[in-house]
Every structure is written in C-alpha cells, then in structure tokens.
Design a protein around this ligand. Structure first.
Ligand code: MRU
Length: 346
C-alpha cells in the first residue's frame, strides 16, 4: 500500500536483515525498524513493533530464515530458535503455521529464506483475494464497522477486514467506516484510522462502547473483523472486544463477517475453548502514550493510582454469531463441514 505516494510492505527482508514498519510509533512517526538477527526479530514480535496475525506470521518466517543463516547446519540450534520465536506470542495461528512451514521444509539456509519469502507472498496474495471476495458484500453507500486493525499493517499488504473496504472503494462504491478505537492499545484509533486516512476513505473513530448506539440507530450495515485463530468448528479468536460486537450485531440483525486466510485456521483446535489466549501487561490498560502539544512523547496514567488491571488480549466469538468467513478461496460458513471442506479441497 502507499505511504506518501511510495509503496511499502509491512515487513520484508534485505540480505540477512529483517525490516519492518515500526507500528508502535504510528500514527505519529513513520520509521523503519531493522532486526539484525533472529533474536531481534523475535523481540520485535514480542514488543509489537510488528503485530497483526499475518504480519506476525511473515516476520516469524523471516526470523526462522535468519536462524538458518546464523546456525545451519546445527539443527539443535535451529530447533531452539524455532521454540524461542514461537514463545513470543501465543494466539496468532499464522506464527505457528509459518515457523512449521520453514522449519519442516528447508534443507538449508538458502531454502529457508526462499520459503519465508513464499509465506510473505502467499500472505499478500491471499489478502488481495479476500478483498475481491469481500467487496461483493459491500453495497454502494454502505457503512462498515470494524474492530482493531486487520488492515495492511496486520499483514504484508492489503489486509483482511480492510481489504474488501479498499477494493469496494476502488470499484467506485461510496462507503463510510466506523472504526472502534480498540482499547487498550488502540489499534483501531491509531492504525486503522491511519490506513483509512491515507487511502482517503471516509471514516469515524468511535469509542469502544459506542457501537451499540450506532447499531441501534441503523447507522451500520455490516461489520467485518479479522481473526487471530479460527478453530475447526468456526469459533474465532480475535482482538479483545470482538465478542461483544458479535453479540451486538446478532441483537441488531447486522451481518457480522470474519476475514482471514487459510493460514489463520487451526484445525487441531476443535473449538474456541482450545485456543490459547494471551494476557498482556496491566500497564497497557492503566497508561497511554502519545505526543504532547510540543510533540514530545509522554506516557500518562489513566486510572486510579494503585488499582490493578486485567488485560486479556483476545476473546473468542462462537461460530453461531458469525455470518461467514471471507477467505482467499471464497466466503464460507463458520462451521465444521465448511472448514473441513476448505482443508480437504473438495
Ligand atoms: O495484538 P495484535 O495487534 O497483534 O492483534 C491482532 C490483531 O491485529 C487483531 O486481532 C486483528 O483483528 C486480527 S489479526 C489481523
């Protein structure tokens, strides 16, 4: 996608180095972060310099390639590196898909880099196809709601939940996007809003607790969200707060779609109960960071001093609340039979 007229991917490799857009600095500053070895790349995932299921997967694949470059042919060290990379974030299935793909198929460091680059191009192609299938759901003059950031920053390009919005807009449809701020890290207010602003798409940031208000008023025609992991029965883990949006959408009779590539499905998780949910540091809830009026970054306390916070990063929306899953091969039902068919290719 374009940033100030120049095409960028979210993450890419240059020789032995992995480069990425530094997402913790957005939308206030645009910088490229360089990781010189697999440990630095893994820490970029842990510290959310890169985040979003697809981008995490691509970064993990590139980190595996760095581990091969640094350690091949010491398979013990390569195996340790795989476990280290996989320990950075527990929920996004794309991470585990990517490390497995590189670790189990690469015969040497040259293969490893090619396989990692293949993961990145598959991610980008899948996102583009999701945009094309999903755009059919967005009619002219529609208002679309979304949660968190499942745009191009969360993948290598295009995104998932935002890809149909970009495609519909390119097709000339007039549309409006309601962007949940997505506390505590505000990926909606910071990243989704930044993406839509850059694309010139009409959008409004709304407080997380304002969705019911707009749904009740009839202001939202469809909601599309991303996914971090999808179980075999169609239950979907996504950013915390997605579950309450799914319940609201059902209450108000609004179609609620999930957009995700095949790499996000985990058919070894029978239901959403088997999906590991990451709990993050309480300071993400208690503090906020941003530039002050002199453009100097400041962190401020938002809560009662001394009160503790709980910070689950994801929740699971049950399959029965999901109208359909937009994948790179078409829109499927969120149920066991459809997902089974997707993986059997029949
Ligand atoms: O914690 P994050 O920012 O890595 O969260 C992941 C997400 O971006 C969202 O849950 C998103 O909606 C799905 S991943 C594209």
């Amino acid at each position: 996608m374009l940033v100030n007229g120049k095409h960028f991917k979210t993450v890419w490799s240059e020789g032995k180095h992995v480069k990425m857009i530094h997402q913790n600095l957005l939308p206030f500053d645009f910088k490229i972060h360089t990781c010189h070895n697999y440990v630095e790349t893994a820490y970029a995932i842990r510290d959310m310099i890169v985040r979003g299921a697809g981008a995490i997967g691509c970064t993990a694949a590139l980190a595996m390639a760095q581990a091969f470059i640094e350690h091949f042919p010491d398979w013990n060290q390569i195996d340790n590196a795989r476990r280290f990379i996989e320990s950075m974030r527990p929920t996004a299935q794309n991470l585990f898909y990517a490390t497995k793909f590189v670790a189990e198929n690469a015969q040497n460091h040259i293969d490893a880099l090619e396989l990692a680059q293949l993961i990145c191009s598959q991610d980008s192609n899948a996102s583009k196809a999701i945009g094309e299938y999903g755009a059919e759901l967005i009619l002219n003059n529609y208002s679309v709601a979304t949660h968190c950031n499942a745009g191009w920053l969360a993948f290598t390009d295009y995104g998932t939940a935002l890809a149909p919005i970009y495609e519909a807009s390119r097709q000339g449809k007039k549309l409006k996007v309601f962007v949940d701020e997505t506390r505590p890290r505000s990926q909606g207010a910071r990243l989704t809003a930044w993406e839509l602003y850059n694309e010139g798409i009409e959008h409004y940031i709304i407080a997380d607790n304002a969705t019911a208000f707009f749904m009740q008023k009839g202001n939202i025609d469809i909601m599309i969200v991303g996914a971090d992991r999808i179980a075999a029965n169609g239950d979907v883990a996504n950013k915390i707060g997605t579950l309450e949006k799914a319940i609201l959408a059902r209450h108000f009779g609004i179609p609620f779609y999930v957009a995700a590539p095949k790499a996000t499905f985990d058919i070894h998780c029978a239901t959403g109960k088997d999906i590991p949910i990451e709990f993050r540091n309480q300071n993400e809830v208690l503090y906020a960071t941003g530039p002050n009026e002199k453009n100097i970054s400041e962190t401020i306390l938002l809560a009662n001093p001394g009160s503790p916070a709980l910070n689950p990063a994801f929740d699971v929306s049950p399959a029965e609340l999901i109208s359909g899953i937009i994948t790179e091969v078409g829109i499927i039902n969120a149920d066991y039979q459809s997902i089974n068919k997707l993986f059997k290719n029949v």
